[in-house]
Design a protein around this ligand. Structure first.
Ligand SMILES: [Zn+2]
Ligand SMILES: [Zn+2]
Length: 104
């Protein structure tokens, strides 16, 4: 009886440890887990985005947080659109709205 419950405790501890580890990993990565080079700077890791033509486009965390138009840095992932070079372009709310107006 005693042994059985011990096993349960060990198993439970292992499970919560594993969960903590996988949780920590996903928090660190934030989806930036690809080895493909960033379309803007060639750095890794990157996150996969899709262009308006349905092609894969990989961008690093730095370039999804930096507005490609005004150059400011933000602590969130910015809105993005596909530019003339078929690369996902990240822009802050203000610049994004300007671009949408220009395109319409
Ligand atoms: Zn980059
Ligand atoms: Zn901007």
């Amino acid at each position: 009886m005693v042994r059985k419950s011990m096993k349960k405790v060990v198993f439970g501890t292992l499970c919560s440890l594993l969960m903590a580890v996988s949780c920590g990993c996903s928090m660190l990565g934030g989806g930036y887990t690809s080895d493909e080079p960033c379309a803007w700077c060639g750095n890794t890791p990157t996150k996969k985005f899709e262009t308006s033509k349905g092609a894969d486009c990989y961008v690093c965390e730095e370039h999804t947080h930096e507005c490609g138009i005004c150059g400011k840095n933000f602590d969130k992932e910015l809105k993005h659109y596909t530019n003339m070079l078929d690369i996902e372009m990240f822009a802050c709310d203000d610049c994004y709205d300007d671009v949408q107006e220009l395109n319409n």
